[in-house]
Design a protein. Structure first.
Length: 278
């Protein structure tokens, strides 16, 4: 099926986390392919940027606030009459070794990446049931499949998303509502810069990992292999939207494929040795 095919009834898609990166690029990609996109962002300034770019229906949405989720759903239904696809894209990565991670930093990581995603999912499900179907796309990560050092909070949040989504898929059998996980590997965005900012919550000077933290802050980390542009994610989201029966899981980037296969084939000790070198 051609990516440029005009749908007879353009699907209505809501995307969370469109302030930059994957969310913003996915919104543009879908709009260019005649899909009705409602991009959302956390601040009024970011929403104004989206509107200036031509997304007149852009809305503010902080996924940590249940009332804002409900307002977006009400407004989109009033304007468009339905919501066909909900893409839970909002999230960030808290860096830091487990031993350095304040409980509050872990709590905040889960509030956005897990609880916010869960609340969006919980609120959109009744809408899709009334419609007789729909699609929910959960943005997980390669780090929802394997763990890497110094990313424990993010690893844990994505493992939680995997568990919630796998369970939800079983519970939605026969409803006409499809749930897909995106296991995205390294993709160009502001994600890494934002993750480095999260080190402000870590007492670097008191940590045994301080030399690695300082290297990362100076930009001396190793070049990330198999990096792809954000359009790699956008094109998969487009395929899901057009599919009558989307897959439950999509691997994005060679890194995800390689590590996903390694997890299935290697013993835990062998996989640990590999992951320490990534």
């Amino acid at each position: 099926m051609s990516d440029n095919k005009i749908e007879p009834h353009a699907p209505v898609v809501v995307i969370t986390g469109c302030s930059s990166g994957i969310g913003r690029v996915t919104a543009r990609y879908l709009k260019e392919r005649f899909i009705t996109v409602v991009p959302t962002a956390r601040t009024d300034e970011e929403v104004a940027e989206l509107k200036a770019e031509g997304f007149e229906g852009a809305m503010r949405l902080d996924v940590r606030r249940s009332e804002e989720i409900a307002e977006v759903i009400r407004e989109v239904l009033a304007r468009e009459g339905r919501i066909d696809v909900w893409f839970n894209n909002a999230g960030y990565g808290q860096m830091g070794a487990i031993e350095d991670l304040p409980a509050e930093a872990l709590r905040e990581q889960f509030e956005t990446n897990v609880i916010g995603l869960h609340e969006c999912t919980r609120q959109i499900l009744p809408v899709m049931r009334r419609q007789g179907g729909g699609k929910i796309i959960q943005h997980s990560s390669v780090l929802g499949l394997v763990a890497l050092p110094l990313r424990g909070a993010y690893n844990a949040s994505k493992y939680a998303v995997e568990g919630l989504t796998d369970t939800l898929r079983l519970e939605l059998e026969g409803t006409g509502i499809h749930v897909s996980l995106l296991n995205t590997g390294p993709v160009t965005s502001r994600f890494r810069q934002n993750a480095l900012k999260s080190l402000e919550r870590i007492d670097i000077d008191a940590s045994r990992w301080r030399s690695l933290y300082r290297k990362a802050l100076r930009g001396e980390s190793r070049k990330v292999p198999f990096n792809l542009p954000p359009e790699a994610v956008a094109s998969v989201v487009h395929r899901i939207i057009l599919s009558d029966r989307p897959q439950p899981r999509y691997y994005i980037t060679k890194a995800t494929w390689m590590l996903g296969i390694a997890k299935r084939l290697l013993s835990t000790r062998m996989l640990d040795r590999l992951l320490r070198r990534v």
